[in-house]
Design a binder for this molecule. Structure first.
Ligand code: CMX
Length: 440
């Protein structure tokens, strides 16, 4: 067993013992009440999942194992000469539960380098799709084609003891995270750069190498990718991509199948696809008004138009957060440092000043503030990555760090098949009339 796996095993064993005691003593305690509205309206606020890697506070934003994004930016190891955290460090933190040293991060980087080989058939399968295919469909197809390599699926077929499930899940997790940048870069270069591919650079860190393979050699773009891959990695367990990965994994579907399922959820416009929708919305706004830099008045009018036509303003609102997303703020800081005069970035900042009061005035939106997706596209466009349909793939590569670290914990803690109860409206009506007990 290598050092990383040994450390994970030690942590998992003590967590298992702790949870066992906790449930023995407090297992009967009630954690909340569920209202009929919650059952009908997307289960908001119902606590029903354990996800060890991060916790979301409505006011404060995300904390990864207790650390906020500014704290991670300060405490996680950086690339030589860089100032943004290396996502390998965040992965270590989520997996092991402790801040990594430089050596720990180096070890993760080299494990990922060693495991990054992608078999030829995966490229062949992706290449069989027509070029017009959405990059997220190509991405999920690539992950599914890679499922031939699953250690867990093989071990299960051979009859593995349930106590050992976590081991092949752990190996699949590292393999998959190592290989995703190659798959994503292949999609980018095939679809947008005439199939002209760039070989990986074995000396670079995971995110730096990803930037390089996509064709962005600029050091500050590599820094952006390190930040991007860190802040998009995890947002506790209830969001669609994390919850889906966890749910599908609970059926003992291997990490490739589980992650691909989660990515199908990320590809929805109310979730990860919002990052492409934001830039599409701003490009359309610029085109309609015939200006690169619309005024705040023009933006306000366009926002009203969007709402009046029954659409959402992409990048704004959140199911849990009730303030400006710290992931938005981290990107705004990056923009101020690297490209303060960029007209598109400035437009994003003007949108930020314009949208919240308008959404607030509607009286029904619980969170009028920007989320992570409101900013990311403008930073990418600055470096020339204008192909906005690709943006959710970047989100997906990053999200693998969190949902797969979480999946390792799911299996190490022996979490069972997830299977909540559902009801029909007919049974609800009977229950309201006192004729049926539906909660048993
Ligand atoms: N623009 C217009 N209307 C919005 C809105 C927005 N940005 N955000 C919420 N609303 C509307 C909802 O559609 C809902 O309307 P109805 O009652 O008519 O159905 C009402 O306000 C109440 O919604 P809510 O309780 O405030 O928000 P939800 O928890 O239901 O939804 C979210 C959260 C993110 C889906 C929603 O805010 C939204 O659609 N935002 C735009 C899409 C987006 O940016 N998604 C990315 C989220 C982050 C991520 O996962 O990547």
């Amino acid at each position: 067993m290598d050092v990383l796996k040994e450390r994970f095993n030690a942590k998992a064993q003590s967590a298992n013992a702790e949870i066992k005691n906790l449930l023995k003593e407090h297992g009967g305690k009630k954690i909340g009440e569920v209202t009929l509205s919650q059952v009908y309206q997307g289960m908001r606020g119902i606590t029903g999942i354990v996800s060890e890697t991060s916790l979301l506070d409505a006011q404060e934003g995300i904390r990864f194992r207790g650390y906020s994004i500014p704290e991670l930016q300060e405490k996680l190891p950086k690339a030589p000469g860089g100032s943004e955290p290396l996502p390998e460090g965040l992965f270590y933190l989520m997996l092991i539960g402790e801040l990594p040293t430089d050596d720990d991060v180096q070890r993760v980087s080299s494990i990922l380098q060693r495991r990054s080989h992608v078999p030829t058939h995966v490229f062949d399968v992706m290449d069989a799709l027509p070029l017009r295919t959405h990059p997220m469909t190509m991405f999920v197809t690539g992950v599914m084609a890679l499922q031939t390599e699953s250690n867990f699926a093989k071990a299960y077929a051979q009859g593995i003891n349930k106590k050992d499930y976590w081991q092949p899940v752990f190996d699949d997790t590292l393999d998959l995270i190592a290989r995703l940048p190659r798959i994503a870069a292949h999609i980018y270069r095939r679809k947008y750069k005439n199939d002209d591919h760039i070989q990986p650079n074995g000396l670079l860190d995971w995110a730096g190498n990803f930037a390089h393979m996509m064709g962005y050699g600029d050091e500050s773009f590599k820094e952006l990718m390190r930040l991007y891959m860190t802040i998009h990695a995890d947002h506790e367990g209830g969001n669609v991509s994390a919850h889906t990965t966890h749910l599908v994994g609970s059926a003992l579907s291997d990490p490739y199948l589980s992650f691909a399922a989660g990515m199908n959820g990320l590809a929805g416009p109310l979730h990860g696809l919002a990052n492409q929708e934001v830039i599409k919305w701003i490009f359309e706004l610029q085109k309609e008004l015939g200006t690169e830099q619309p005024t705040k008045e023009q933006i306000a009018e366009y926002v009203q138009q969007t709402i009046a036509s029954g659409k959402v303003v992409p990048g704004y609102g959140h199911a849990v957060l009730r303030k400006t997303d710290p992931r938005f703020t981290a990107q705004m800081e990056f923009g101020k440092k690297h490209m303060p005069d960029d007209p598109l970035v400035q437009t994003v900042w003007n949108v930020y000043e314009t949208v919240p009061p308008i959404l607030q005035s509607l009286g029904k939106i619980k969170n009028p503030w920007p989320n992570v997706d409101a900013h990311s596209g403008a930073l990418l466009v600055h470096y020339g990555m204008v192909e906005y349909e690709f943006y959710t793939v970047l989100f997906g590569v990053s999200r693998a760090l969190g949902v797969l670290a979480s999946l390792c914990w799911d299996r190490a803690l022996g979490f069972p098949l997830e299977r909540p109860k559902s009801v029909t409206t007919e049974s609800v009506k009977m229950w309201l009339e006192g004729k049926e007990e539906i909660w048993e």
